[in-house]
Design a protein. Sequence first.
Lengths: 1023, 477
Amino acid sequence: MSDQSNKTTYWKSLNELAQNKEYEKYVEREFPENATEMTDQVSRRSFLRVMGASIALAGFASCRKPVQKILPFSKMPEDLVLGEPLFYATSMPFRGAVTGLLVENIEGRPRKVEGNKEHPSSNGGTNIYHQGSILNLYDPDRSRSPLKDGEKSTIGDFVLFAEEHFADREQPILFIDEENSSLTYQRLKEQILEQFPNAEWVTFEPFNDNNAVEGTQIAFGQRLRTVNHYDRANIVVSLDDDFMSPQHNINSVEDSYKIAQTRKVSGGEGEMSRIYAVENTFTSTGSFADHRLRVKTSQIPSFIYALAARLSEEVTGLEAFQGISNDFSQTEWMDILVDDLLNNDGNSIITVGSQYSPAIHAAVAAMNVALGNVDSTVTYHELPFRADRDENEAFQNAISDLKSGSYSTAVLVGTDLAYTAPSDLGITEALENVETKIHLSDYVTKTSRLCNWHVNRAHYLESWGDGLSFTGQRSIIQPQIQPLFGGISEIELLDAILNGEGPRGYDLVRETWQDSISGDFEDGWEQVLHDGIDSESGFDSISVSLTDNLSETISEDQSGSEIEGMEIVIKPDNKLFDGRYANNGWLQELPESMTKVTWDNVALMSPETARNLGIDPDNNFIEDEAPVVRISANGTTIEIAAWVQPGHADDSITLTVGYGQEDLGRVANGVGVNTYPLRNSANMFYQAAEVEATGSLYEIACVQDHQSLEGRDMIRTASLEEYKENPDFAAFSNMHGYDLPGLEEAVEEDGPNPKGPISLFDENYGPDYEPQWGMAIDLNSCFGCGVCTIACQAENNIPVVGKREVARRRVMHWIRNDRYFAGDEENPEAYHQPVPCMHCEMAPCEQVCPVAATTHSDDGMNQMTYNRCIGTRYCANNCPYKVRRFNFFNYSQEYLTTGDDPEIIQMAMNPDVTVRFRGVMEKCTYCVQRVNKAKIEAKKETGSPRPKDGAVETACQQACPTNAISFGDLTDRDSKVSQQKMDSRNYTMLQELNVRPRTSYLAKLSNPRTELKPSNTETHSQH
Amino acid sequence: MSKTYEYVPEPALVKGNHDFKDVTAMITDINLRPTPKAWYVAFGIANMLLLLLLVSVAYLIWEGTGIWGLNAPVGWGWAIINFVWWVGIGHAGTLISAILFLFRQGWRTAINRFAEAMTIFAVMCAGLFPGIHVGRIWVIYWVFPIPNQMTMWPNFNSPLLWDVFAVSTYFTVSLLFWYVGLVPDLATIRDRTKSKISKFVYGTLALGWRGSNRHWWNYEKAYMILAGLATPLVLSVHTIVSFDFAVSLIPGWHSTIFPPYFVAGAIYSGFAMVLTLFLIARKIYGLEDIMTTDVMEKMNIVMMATGNMVAFAYLMEGFIAWYSGVEYEQAIFWLYVVGPYKWGFYILMFCNVITPQFLWFKKIRTNVAITFVISIIVNIGMWFERFMIAVVSLATDYLPSSWGYYSPTFWDAATYIGTFGLFFTMFLLFLRFLPMVAVAEIKGVMPQADPHNYDEDGEYIPPKVKVPEPYKNETNR
């Protein structure tokens, strides 16, 4: 729980101000502990945490009158039509790469990010961090000014200080930064290192690709970036590499786009790639794979060596592995994997998780070389700014130097070291030995409090910058708004240190780009700004050859990585990454891809492990509470809720980081458990641990209480082979063995609509000139990343409701992502199914509303009239898909009007979408505001209200990295959605109810080897 | 005569050989005597519960329906359960007064006033819930077809709208029926009371009743017509309430058996509630001679019959789930039995299936204590029946992903308990100020009202009543 009374916090002054009765009322529960559990009055405390109810409000409410000025444009800027959004290309930096985005800008404020179709890292898609970043921009808890020794200061003062302090160029300075691909940043860094001869510069990311880079050093003698071209591969072997998820792969959007392209089939024809996943935790990638083998993390190296050894029997180049044999060597699984790899040489990819040791990466690189994948499916690229050293080692050395007092000044750029660095390094003590400490960060973090100077960082949507995509294309980051809280960017910080100048990001970036643009600078510059990418740029791939020292490293590494007993594995979090998104309510409330848990991190374990710990592995449907386990490792003990994940490897527990922050912001504080203390520099990934059940319980807000399909046909699957044999396998009759009951008898033969069933209702859906909207969701492309949910939340002003309300099953997401486990408990299949409103033609919700608040539009949408709704909830009850969401409390008001300056969060709202009041029902509208905008445009241009296919994209469709969602006009037979719906895989959920949903699904296919997985059409029904 | 029939005389409906004046006094003196202390105590408790209701409703309106335990799959919780339960209870009164009246069941007279009052108060409690359970209470009037500038009518397809009409009609007719029956008795109290205020109030309410032949003629006709009007309503109200569920497409709700099953259940629970109150009232007010155990037994028989209908409906639900072959229906029935709410199912089975079987035994039917216990069990059982219907189907419907457990909060319980405050406050006021037995009607079914001049074989027997000798008597006095 958040510790609001902590006197050492940044909020100290506000807290003190608010030490009055009203504030106490906010903090104290209104009823005794148990009574509150029962009463569940809107827990104001939870709202405090959700986007800031007011600490200051209590004190200031009566004396603060908002002063707002509106000013007309005396000269209207070109292209600006009030109410019409403008789209600007920019790109979002994340770790060492940028992804191209388009930002919807409404009257000068960025409101929604979308993927840039021109940018190869995006292809129009985005991930949850991109979508969530808009809320980070409008986070009222962001740091609002520099702090000098904890006191409020200004950027001007900081620049004056920097000019003075860094005038002495001989002083020993340590720079610690995050990965940054900015050209300008690197230019300034080089200049600093030139001008400050005693400066040392290290980069620290708690989760990085250093091991992969060191792996190429071992294998090829060069530090290189490995790029996997998933669109070119027939066989993909993921060795615990969750490359489709953003926390594990900085290029996840491009990679998931590409791999989904290899699995698009239609009409009973086509080929699909085959994905093998060997992993510990059940990941999104694992759920997307055709074959998944669960293996403890500490045994995965053994698996890799066994695989290399098996391959070495057939191909050359793997002599180093010859003779290795272990439990994995002679399994059927291995036989088939080897067989597939050998039959697809040059067309396969083997990839391994970035956290594995360099030797493992070297082994995988060697296998890719031996299989002829290099330069075909796998390419290697030189990184322009990478120092030729082991960055992990350099960082550790720098910290020990820091500890010994070798540096008088430390400049920390962005990184929250005190929170994320391995516990054994002793960052806190190390920083004590430094005289001057400067920290640039978005929030006042734990690290900021240890420093003399905290400088507030500008968001990427507020500042000029540039960067390289994963594959090296240059992009410019163009700001969308003046810094809300007056922060400066990283390049402006370096500029202040170097030149003692105030913020001038624009000039710095332009200076850098002078050399990069050929031809007329202004033309080129504007072209790049417009496109969001310098399309001619990119890393050149270099040819590599294996070095001799591979075998030496292998034989050293091979021994003793396996852990006999219980192991714990520490991974970045799906939603918060390393903790940098912890104060983002959207991401906190997004159900995690595989567990569907919100607002907490949990200890994932297999059912068998749970049983061994004395925990009942059955999902408790009645209680929201999960048993707590005590985990001791690295001299630290934490208590964390256990979560049973079918398909997890036994004797292994997966933990994620990023939670348990104490003083970051009102959303992040007190959520989850900090697992960083379990890490040390020797065991950054996995280690042995003592685990025991504590017997106590902890409330977990999970949005899906029931995991099994119960034999129902919501998800329809077949193998590729079965699909080719019977393309209509997903039809009702094929799933059930009999025709849809009643349909045949109900067909009216003589009526005006001879094919349709007899109906008491008007079967005319609208006038001929209207389009008829529909949606198709290809389950074969969905891997459950959840970006559709966040994109929808951003587009449709969906409030964050907080953990308590989520635990009460009142989450407001309009599109949810159902995840089912099927098959064997120990080794199940997992299916993802995004569920928005189905927009039924015979909508059961419409028939039962007593006041006709939900009705059908002429273009076939099931519409919700908020103003008419009285909130009987009958529609939600009668919805067989349970997609309707009710405002049980005044969520939007809590979300948007409380807090010290609610105007900030209000800026994130979409002016085209009504903010819903308490007591009304809401649900997916098919983004009716976008549809109507496009219809009006089409009508202006062509006279017909039918937009061209592709002119309307719903927010979920737009954001989806794998293009799983298609939306469009069903009366246009050439539209993509019509084509999808005509595919034989198309089916509707609950067809037998005759509600005729407009949203349909394309059945999921898999491409397994039948030897390993006999026909699985029936397995979905058992669990 | 070749056959001999044993004539079993109907037991007298009023015991104790009271004369008319006694009966009048017995009943109306309750209203005329000074208020007993115990009444104040009871009224005080009822008022506190009523206050709880007011606080709960005020808090609900202030904060929103989120204070209840409702969630995404379960949009209707205790509010709708309570609504159906109270409406069900409200069935007994009109059934007793209208249908039994038309069937000339004399024994109804002992309880009809009482039961009708209970009906009206129960419907008041019931009517509260649909009103307050909506998200935006301030626009609830949109459910009425009021002409407006938006030319926006309610949706006549919606069972909730039918509910509005059904319940309000039922309440209106029940109230009228009750009031019409009260008129002669109000006049009786008017005539007997000494207080001026009472005289005025009762006198106004008695509508100038003087007991003339013309009055009685109009009264009987009006009563008959209202009984005729009320009779279909008894069946229609709960039929329409059941449509809230049956017309939807949720498994376990979408079922044609619901209307008869709901009506039977309503009568079952209504009779149980009447019995509970009846057994307490006759004890406290010493009305055992009028509210006899024979009446109790008859009510027990009705309860047994309707209880078995309900039990039969449960069995049919299971059978139809199997016979229909619809997997979702089968699943929901199975979830009743072994699902997360199985405890509710077992309570239900015990209360509604096993308990009425005891009533096959006359000894139990005529035992006051056991009947009292059974009547309470039946009411609990019928509440759980509604709970199971409303919650289980919603909590575990089509898509397993959206399954979710429902548990109530403090405010759910407070609102429910609070309605007892409303109910008992009204009921206690009724007991205090209005005659709880229809005085005029009960006199009509007393043995004294039927000068019975035939023996078992139909032979005429001269009345045994002594012919008064007027002159002599008068002089003697």
